[in-house]
Design a protein around this ligand. Structure first.
Ligand SMILES: [Zn+2]
Length: 433
């Protein structure tokens, strides 16, 4: 199976790509519009520098060869959402080409990174077809991969890593990601257009793989075509025969001309996989845990850097996880004081109950004092527990982690230090087994 993707992402700008209309969400249709983004004859586009800088940061983060000089083309076609009859996009002089995105075990080659404008939005109401030009001229970056994705896991990993890279470059990843999919199981490539959102992307892939395998099994011919994804019925449907690039008729966009971007500054990327590996080194912590916490949370990453000399990595991650679990939200910088209180307690070896964590999150004082007991007293409690639960010894022989169950039972209920309980439990169980 070979999958190639064309991912479209909106660039973080205040105004549109070729005019000064606002990019802010509008309550009403056709509010943020002007002759340029409505494609009136005689209107001339002006290029938004912020959009170019942002796209340049993305091309650089994807290890692309960056073109010093960029230009634009008109992709000519007729559709109601595009009254000027062409979309301004890039071809040969696109901002980046021949890069890659790294997965755990392979690289997915990036063919091209290009800037383009979004057309208007078509709204269907009964018999009516309405047009909303608020979206027209939204700056997009299109990231085109080679067909290097071979499994659903790789597709998921690609999307996750791409989202993380984009997030750290300041792209709003909460806006839905749109993608075109190219899937081929045999010779013929089928395109699935305009899939919105990651869930639909995975589902459309699954459906198409199944459809094509079935056709191959039955010796049917797979048509080279463009299909659409129907979110309701979760199937792909034939749309039209696939156009080739030649059929579009690209023309050089002379209203914009050529731009030299060799001196342009851009944001450096953060590769969270590498960062996590580095932070985990020598700490006894699985880098995947760090990656999970920080992938889409720069505040969490900043907190780890802030505390890493002061507390163990294990305690820091544990503290952040506790906070997120009990507060039911991802952590933000303003939670630093509360999280540090949790981290400090964890670092001191104190086991924090849900109740204590919730108190800290609510800003209340928590004083965790352990009962003053001797080793003998703890061992006596454990012996009693083992006598009451005879199965536990066999369980322990099979799996040493059973000890955690005893720690939970004894230390929480009797307010004893978990480390003391753990030592005593090991001593008792080894003695009697
Ligand atoms: Zn405009």
């Amino acid at each position: 199976m070979k999958i190639g993707l064309e991912v479209h992402v909106a660039l973080p700008t205040k105004s549109k790509l070729f005019c000064s209309c606002s990019m802010e969400e509008s309550e009403y249709p056709n509010l943020n519009i002007c002759p340029i983004c409505m494609g009136f004859p005689g209107s001339k586009p002006m290029l938004n520098e912020t959009a170019v800088k942002s796209a340049l940061g993305i091309a650089n983060a994807l290890h692309c060869d960056v073109n010093r000089k960029i230009s634009f083309v008109r992709k000519v076609y007729f559709y109601p959402d595009l009254p000027k009859c062409y979309q301004i996009t890039q071809m040969d002089d696109s901002i980046g080409r021949e890069g890659y995105l790294e997965l755990e075990n392979k690289k997915i080659r990036i063919r091209r990174v290009q800037i383009e404008e979004d057309p208007a939005q078509i709204v269907r109401q009964g018999m009516l077809t309405l047009l909303d030009f608020n979206r027209s001229g939204t700056p997009l970056v299109e990231i085109v991969t080679e067909p290097d994705i071979n499994t659903e896991e790789e597709l998921r990993e690609f999307i996750a890593n791409l989202r993380s890279i984009l997030y750290y470059l300041g792209v709003d990843i909460n806006r839905e990601m749109k993608a075109d999919l190219n899937i081929s199981l045999a010779e013929t490539r089928v395109e699935v257009k305009n899939v919105t959102g990651i869930k639909s992307l995975i589902e459309a892939t699954r459906f198409e793989v199944e459809r094509q395998s079935e056709a191959i099994k039955n010796n049917e011919k797979i048509e080279r075509e463009t299909r659409g994804y129907n979110e309701k019925s979760r199937v792909t449907e034939s749309m039209r025969e696939k156009e080739t690039d030649e059929e579009y008729g690209y023309i050089y966009e002379s209203d914009l001309g050529t731009f030299d971007i060799s001196e342009m500054e851009y944001v450096e990327p953060v590769y969270i996989t590498n960062v996590s590996d580095e932070l985990a080194r020598g700490s006894g912590v699985n880098p995947k845990t760090i990656k999970e916490i920080t992938m889409l949370n720069r505040d969490a990453l900043a907190m780890i850097y802030k505390f890493k000399e002061k507390y163990s990595m294990k305690s820091i991650l544990h503290g952040i996880q506790r906070f997120e679990k009990y507060s039911n939200k991802s952590m933000k910088t303003e939670d630093a004081v509360k999280i540090e209180r949790i981290i400090r307690l964890v670092d001191e070896g104190k086991d924090i109950s849900r109740e204590a964590a919730e108190k800290i999150i609510a800003g209340e004082e928590v004083n965790i004092q352990y009962s003053n007991v001797t080793k003998m007293e703890i061992e006596a409690l454990i012996e009693k527990f083992v006598a009451e639960n005879p199965g536990i010894l066999e369980e322990y022989k099979r799996n040493k982690k059973t000890i955690n169950l005893i720690i939970k039972e004894i230390s929480y209920k009797n307010n004893m230090h978990p480390k003391d309980v753990s030592d005593a439990a090991n001593a008792v169980l080894n003695r009697i087994s």
